[in-house]
Design a protein around this ligand. Sequence first.
Ligand code: NAP
Length: 249
Amino acid sequence: MMTEALERISDQALVAGATGFTGREVVRVLVEKGVPTIAHLRPDSTRLKEWTERFQKMGAEVDNTAWELTAMTGTFARLRPAYIFSLLGTTRARVKQVARSGKDPKTQDYGAVDYGLAALLINAAKAAGIKPVFVYLSAAGTNAKSGSPYYQARWKLEQELIKSGLFYVIARPSFIIGPDRDEKRAGEIYGARTLDLLLALAGIFGLKKMNGRYRSTSNTILAQALVRLALDPNCANKIFESEELRNSD
Ligand SMILES: NC(=O)c1ccc[n+]([C@@H]2O[C@H](COP(=O)([O-])OP(=O)(O)OC[C@H]3O[C@@H](n4cnc5c(N)ncnc54)[C@H](OP(=O)(O)O)[C@@H]3O)[C@@H](O)[C@H]2O)c1
């Protein structure tokens, strides 16, 4: 049934958050697999030219639709992507930077970006009348009871996606690390290394399941898993925890 629905739209993939550490690898892997790929870049990106050239060189097309429901609906109705990857996320540093520049920090917080922009993509797909596979990059540890705004944004989006009627793949990785991040994230690297060490010890003491779930991964391994899961009709409408994302290729 899912294959029929996909055949009615297109074979294209659209990647939102394409400039991110995960997004750039997802674009590369999709192109490598021969999937016609559109990298979405926000029109106000300070690195628009650089990223446009980089993605075109990879063999992807670039789209600059504004983050606005009517505009995004129009783009989805025109392109009819079979796969939409939502790989967006803000950071506390970005929120602070916005506040320092005198703008409202709420426009860049977890509710506005990690939830808000992903929800806009879901609503645009529904309004455009398409039923793509929607891949949402969530995070390990996401649950209904968390009090943290980071996890609350993810839980809320996951629930809305499940109820949306779109095909979905929800991925919950642990730390995503690697050498080619644009900005240094010392806290994240230190956190990932400490956690990996503790989990290795936990593994030695028989807690292998915990080691598998929370150990860090690289953007390349994660991207390969996300693409494989999106393209496999048997993986639709499922949530994938960290260990499944690491071992799925
Ligand atoms: N990093 C980790 O260890 C980790 C672990 C588990 C889950 N995750 C989750 O996985 C997702 C992706 O992580 P990542 O490390 O690949 O992200 P990243 O490198 O920080 O990239 C974030 C992406 O979101 C876009 N973005 C941020 N704010 C935006 C805004 N206001 N408007 C439009 N686009 C915006 C960025 O675009 P610009 O380049 O244009 O700013 C970029 O493409 C996030 O939701 C993150 O929380 C991350």
